[in-house]
Write a protein of this length. Structure first.
Length: 235
């Protein structure tokens, strides 16, 4: 009999770099994320986050039970699939114990949870990755987590927007311009929170950005930046 459906596991040694596991050779298999708001190579299955990263459960079976009971929220909505992909800037909440985590990126490009307050958990910063006009002349923004949001024409690709979750209403527009604070999401400087000094247009190549981190200036790819807000604003 042939296979039925897509594989539910992947060998740990072949797990995407974004999955923050250190013992890739300890066991053979690990959960494989289902299609969702984030691509597999840039996401962590929810069950892996609970068991291997946060240590809130000891086994995959226990993770399945906790998630199936609706005890885990992602961006304010209950998720009941243990393989749901969790990605950059997502808010993972555990209402029964009043714990909230935002998913960030470390210096190795791995997705890591950082505990936040319940007030912070109500908002989410998203990068604008696309923009188009829809029926009625309205402007629709495509965001890095797969969402589509209506906004005005002042928002540009590369900017960020702060939205409320789970209602998904626009709270704030953050322009990608000199002086703002950004998170570098990819490359050898991944995980650094920097100040944007200057954007450099490169004809025929990817635009670059001059940024400053702890008094040191360097150049990175402009598309690697996710605008967080003004100087010293929390993620």
């Amino acid at each position: 009999m042939g296979k039925r459906g897509a594989p539910k596991h992947v060998k740990r040694i072949a797990a995407p770099k974004a999955v923050p596991i250190h013992d890739k050779k300890a066991y053979t298999w690990i959960m494989r994320a289902i299609p969702g708001p984030h691509p597999r190579e840039r996401s962590v299955p929810l069950g892996v986050l609970l068991r291997d990263v946060l240590g809130m459960v000891e086994t995959a079976k226990e993770a399945k039970r906790v998630i199936a009971e609706g005890k885990v929220l992602v961006d304010g909505r209950r998720v009941r699939d243990v393989r749901f992909p969790v990605g950059l800037m997502d808010v993972v909440s555990f209402p029964t114990i009043n714990k909230h985590y935002r998913i960030l990126v470390d210096s190795h490009g791995r997705l890591i949870p950082r505990e936040i307050s319940s007030e912070e958990a109500g908002n989410k910063t998203l990068k604008v990755v696309g923009k188009h006009t829809i029926k009625g002349g309205k402007i629709a923004l495509s965001l890095h987590d797969g969402r589509t949001l209506l906004a005005d024409n002042n928002v540009k690709v590369g900017d960020s927007v702060v939205v409320s979750v789970p209602k998904q209403s626009l709270v704030k527009h953050l322009k990608r311009e000199s002086g703002v604070t950004c998170l570098i999401t990819e490359g050898k400087h991944a995980g650094k929170v920097v100040e944007l000094k200057e954007l450099i247009k490169k004809a025929g190549h990817r635009d670059e950005a001059v940024v400053s981190h702890e008094g040191e200036e360097f150049i990175t790819v402009a598309d690697y930046l996710l605008v967080l807000g003004e100087r010293n604003v929390n993620a």
